[in-house]
Design a protein around this ligand. Structure first.
Ligand code: SF4
Length: 101
């Protein structure tokens, strides 16, 4: 299972992306993580995220993936080259930026 195949809905991680996967323009079609071991995108707590982030750096849909994860408040896994903690920090920065504007 890869980050691009997971989602946060009650129906299960894969099924929630079905609609978007059936869209011929869906970014998931270009997800580089679909070509590698998906386990690296869901390390154990405290485990290394380095390998997953390395894959993400070469992925053409990194921005779309990250925005999807932020929009859907994905809590687990590496998305768009960011861990859960990275995404939480980014959300806080964006919220602070909006509050200051
Ligand atoms: S950015 Fe990373 S997690 Fe997202 S689709 Fe690309 S390889 Fe997968």
């Amino acid at each position: 299972m890869t980050a691009a195949q997971w989602s946060d809905g009650a129906a299960g991680p894969v099924l929630n992306l079905f609609d978007e996967l059936t869209d011929p323009g869906a970014w998931q079609d270009q997800a580089l993580c679909a070509e590698v071991d998906g386990e690296i995108f869901y390390p154990e707590k405290g485990g290394s995220t380095r390998e997953a982030k390395r894959v993400c750096r070469s992925c053409e849909v990194r921005t779309e993936c990250l925005e999807y994860a932020l929009e859907h408040e994905e809590r687990f896994g590496i998305w768009g080259g960011m861990s859960e903690r990275d995404r939480r920090n980014l959300r806080r920065k964006r919220a602070a930026g909006q509050a200051a504007a």
